[in-house]
Design a protein around this ligand. Structure first.
Ligand SMILES: [Ca+2]
Ligand SMILES: [Ca+2]
Ligand SMILES: [Ca+2]
Length: 480
């Protein structure tokens, strides 16, 4: 049906206008009253469009389209209910505003849904104060916070977002509160299976756009049957979507010096001596971190004893599979006495939250040991893979062909000790600029880097048993 130019279509009271197998084209003035317009039947999408020169403001709009859909060819507004009964409403590059306080979607299911892979957004604005699982307009994003967010606009679109180079699901939410800080909010993001865009549903994790990059948020709860993923501890809102999981790695390595052949684990003298900092040291030591800059662990983590006690901070890098001089991302991690390399909670696997699912060379660095890199790129897809064990002599480690990248001690591979200034070479500079001024001085973590065996003392043992023996060794890392 068509409302011609300069003509009025008035739907009075609760009247119900049914458009069967046809379009709703408004080139004039449409007054919806408290009525309902239903698009019904099985006509093709092209013959079921909602458009016209004028923006139609519906009270109730019902889509009941027998597998086919209705594309928008103009922006529309629905002030009460958009009732999804069957088929789909394709935004088709146009916007659907859920107007007034009441405007909301009803009955959306995997067979009666709103889509819009060519663009366009569903827009809902309302006042949000201390929301408890509030799903504005039933748009699909539920917010919980004790804060007053004020006037808040939630937009939902269906063009997939590129998350650090990998495509996300075919749905995103852009949430813009007036008061957008210290929210301590949780967010439940829903989706349909047909929006998965080839991603493994069980691996979906929330991602937030931070401008220059997307940041991963951990899954607090999820349900693949009812199709949601929820995250918590959200300080402020912006653009959100779901995508592949953060890149998770199980890694193990041992450091020469603290490594003890008798019990095949490392000493944790720096921890027991209270020398380990709770904040990552690598930024202050002029290493370039791309994730977790200035991040911290807790004194509780550093009070763990036994095989999982923390020996020291390390840093890991992911390097480009086609050019291993390129550092894609890097983060600080913790090393346990039994060689497990873990996140800052002291127990979880390592997670990179800013890299695409792809293959990378894995680099391990320590502030006074020679860094190493895997000989081959490792495929990371968001699922937890096999242990990458640099202490295993069968592990292929990258070499520049000048000297062994690791020390072999009773069949266990160790990172070479002795690079006190961390420049990748063990030479006289390490003794002259690091060991000499620190020898016999009180231990300070950031400056006592010549403590090669990490026993909490800089003395002749560090020179005689480590530096002298390893002198002239170089790191087997491609320069960057
Ligand atoms: Ca362990
Ligand atoms: Ca050096
Ligand atoms: Ca020492």
């Amino acid at each position: 049906m068509e409302v011609s130019t300069n003509t009025h279509l008035v739907v009075n009271g609760n009247a119900h206008l049914v458009v069967k197998d046809g379009r709703f084209i408004n080139n004039g003035i449409f007054q919806s009253g408290n009525g309902t317009v239903t698009l019904l039947g099985s006509a093709s999408a092209a013959n079921s469009a909602i458009g016209g020169d004028s923006i139609s403001v519906f009270h109730n709009l019902k889509i009941n389209k027998n597998n086919n859909g209705s594309p928008l060819t103009q922006n529309i507004q629905v002030d009460n209910e958009l009732q999804m009964s069957d088929g789909y409403l394709d935004l088709n590059g146009f916007n659907l505003t859920l107007g007034s306080a009441a405007g909301q979607i009803q009955g959306e299911t995997s067979t009666a849904f709103i889509t819009g892979t060519n663009g366009g957004e569903i827009i809902k604005t309302l006042n949000v104060n201390a929301p408890n699982n509030l799903n504005p307009g039933n748009i699909g994003a539920s917010i919980t916070s004790s804060a007053n967010l004020g006037n808040t606009t939630v937009r939902r679109g269906h063009s997939p977002q590129m998350i650090n180079g990998t495509s996300g699901v075919r749905r995103y939410y852009n949430i813009s509160p007036t008061n957008n800080s210290n929210l301590n909010a949780s967010l439940r993001l829903t989706y349909f299976d047909h929006e998965l865009n080839g991603l493994v549903e069980a691996n979906l994790e929330p991602w937030r756009n931070k401008g220059a990059y997307w940041e991963n948020y951990p899954v607090n709860s999820s349900d693949a049957a009812t199709n949601y993923v929820e995250t918590t501890n959200i300080d402020s809102f912006s653009l959100w979507t779901l995508g592949h999981g953060s890149l998770k790695l199980l890694v193990k390595a041992f450091l020469e010096g603290p490594y003890n052949t008798t019990n095949t684990s490392m000493n944790d003298a720096l921890r027991t001596g209270g020398a380990l900092p709770t904040t990552e040291p690598y930024t202050a030591l002029n290493y370039t971190l791309k994730e977790g800059i200035g991040s911290s662990t807790s004194s509780a983590v550093l009070s763990t004893t036994g095989n999982n006690a923390i020996v020291d901070w390390l840093m890991l890098e992911l390097r480009d599979a086609s050019n291993p001089t390129v550092i894609v991302t890097s983060c600080p991690v913790l090393l346990q006495r039994d060689g497990d390399i873990v996140g800052l909670d002291g127990t979880s696997e390592v997670r990179f939250s800013r890299a695409a699912a792809a293959s990378y060379y894995l680099v391990l660095k320590h502030r006074n040991h020679l860094g190493i890199m895997s000989a081959n790129p490792i495929a990371l897809n968001g699922q937890l893979g096999a242990l990458i064990d640099f202490s295993d002599p069968n592990m292929s480690v990258y070499t520049l062909g000048t000297s062994p990248p690791l020390k072999s001690e009773n069949g266990v591979m160790l990172l070479w000790a002795g690079d006190a200034n961390g420049d990748g070479t063990i030479n006289a500079t390490d003794t002259n600029t690091e060991w000499r001024p620190q020898n016999g001085q009180p231990y300070i973590y950031m400056t006592s880097k010549a403590d090669m065996n990490m026993d909490g003392t800089v003395n002749a043992v560090d020179i005689n048993l480590f530096w002298r023996i390893n002198n002239s060794k170089q790191t087997q890392l491609p320069s960057n």
